[in-house]
Write a protein that binds this ligand. Sequence first.
Ligand code: ADP
Length: 255
Amino acid sequence: KYIRAYITRVEMGGIFGTIVLLVDVTYNVKAEKMRQEFTANVSHELKTPLTTIKGFGEMFGSGMITKEEDVAKYGAMIERESERLLFLINDIIRLSEIEEHTEMLNTPVALEAAAKNALQILEPQIQRNKIHVRLEGDCLLLHSNEGYIRELFINLIDNAIKYNNPEGTVTITIQHLGTQAKIVIADNGIGIPLQAQSRIFERFYRVDKSRSKQRGGTGLGLSIVKHIVDCHNGTISLRSELGHGTEITILLPAK
Ligand code: ADP
């Protein structure tokens, strides 16, 4: 705990005393620490691809790269790093928008249709990795925000594809359980080691930087999902076994 003490000397009718006020500032200190960490992470994450782009740009400019195959190779690297930068900036903007709660949760959203929409957007990745997709859905309308729900599905299904094996399976289940909507996204992919499981919802946390970079992640997907779940007063939980797969369960209040 962080405690701040305020001390004032007082005098009333000839009696002298001291007032000591102790304030619990743990929340403020933690928030400030998180903000500093976030800024440091953002700067680092932005600098890495920019340094690569700048380096190759300079090499092109000075005429060092002349062979046709090198032009293609380094050109593709510039393109890949620029794309990573764009994804990252998009995710950072999205995260801060969601944190500010600017959007209303007052539109009826059909969960199954939102999942199908996300699958359509991810179709190229599904095809490329030969992923088998199963969608089992109850017809369920949720008072929410269409963009948020689409984003939630896209991020989770994208991970279930990215961290899967070729020809793996992704199962999406949507159930209406009394006053709750239960969404489960399961894969039989590479799984998450036990020691990382409590941290994967943190901003920029990646289990293994190299596997994530190779698969094109920003480390922000799950923290965006967690924020979306939080602003619905819902819960998100995880079950995963290394080498066997991952299952993410979300419960959202539904009338
Ligand atoms: P990223 O953009 O790196 O995918 P996320 O916030 O979406 O970031 O996920 C954080 C980390 O959690 C990832 O880097 C990855 O290592 C791990 N992870 C997320 N989803 C899965 C999954 N379905 N299977 C295995 N690992 C996962």
